[in-house]
Design a protein around this ligand. Structure first.
Ligand code: SAH
Length: 241
């Protein structure tokens, strides 16, 4: 099954047991992937549903729905201060591979980049491609960039952590180890220049616990990837046992 090609759908393309393919999808399936009439592929709605489908001209017939088990047991939101240049593209790609549920780009006091609206579209495309490549059931949600202070009010979970490069904080892994059950977790990582003192204080006031990712200072693009790897390893080694 995993060798089959995958495409993403929007809900309006589904009509009963049929998929109405867009001209781009027809081109992609027929010309790029060289699928022929009657060939099978996987259609995903990016919200957890996958179907085995069969190409029939401009449409596809749904043959059966598929079960996927590639999602993390906890929904992780990464709140990432936008790094310079195109560094955020890599954050989106790799964190999607690692299983992030929501990416919330934030503009902090020391953020140097103020993103253009086209960036969001680009990130969504990268997330979609990475989700397909990693056989994710969900395409992560990427929120519009907002200021860090605004973002602090996001979500209702009490499991919220802010990664701080300096200071004697507990390691994220130890902290996660003590979490028994939760369905949601938020992790914030700062920009190249780090968080300001005021931002860390505001985060603590909003219920964030400062945590360490180890003794070395990681780059702004490395920190979210490391944080997510730690959490994913911990959650999956618990749930797979
Ligand atoms: N220039 C800053 C460091 C910024 S690193 C300084 O010298 O202090 C960019 C972001 O990555 C930080 O804001 C933090 O969120 C995260 N980060 C990097 N290394 C970390 C570490 N060892 N522990 C926790 N967070 C870290």
């Amino acid at each position: 099954m995993s060798q089959l090609q995958r495409i993403s759908l929007v809900p309006s393309q589904l009509q009963q047991e049929q998929i109405l393919l867009t001209p781009q999808q027809q081109h992609y399936l027929g010309r790029v992937l060289r699928l022929r009439e009657g060939d099978h592929f996987i259609a995903m709605d990016g919200k957890g549903k996958w179907w085995l489908a069969q190409l029939q001209g401009e449409k596809a017939q749904i043959l059966e729905s598929l079960t996927v088990e590639t999602e993390l047991p906890v929904s992780i939101t990464l709140m990432v201060a936008l790094p310079k240049g195109n560094g955020f593209d890599d954050v989106v790609r790799v964190c999607t591979e690692l299983g992030v549920a929501v990416i919330a780009p934030v503009v902090s006091d020391r953020t140097l980049l103020h993103p253009s609206p086209q960036k969001l579209e680009r990130w969504l495309r990268i997330a979609q491609e990475a989700a397909e490549q990693s056989e994710r059931a969900f395409v992560p949600t990427i929120l519009e960039p907002v200021s860090f202070i605004t973002a602090l009010a996001t979500g209702t979970t009490s499991h919220r952590y802010i990664c701080e490069a300096r200071g004697n904080y507990a390691h994220l892994r130890e902290v996660i180890n003590q979490v028994s059950t939760t369905s949601e977790m938020i992790i914030a990582t700062g920009p190249e220049g780090g968080w300001t003192q005021k931002e860390v204080e505001c985060a603590i006031d909003a219920g964030f616990q400062p945590v360490s990712l180890g003794r070395r200072i990681l780059r702004a693009v490395t920190a979210p990837i490391v944080a997510l790897s730690i959490v994913a390893a911990q959650l999956e080694s618990v749930s797979l046992n």
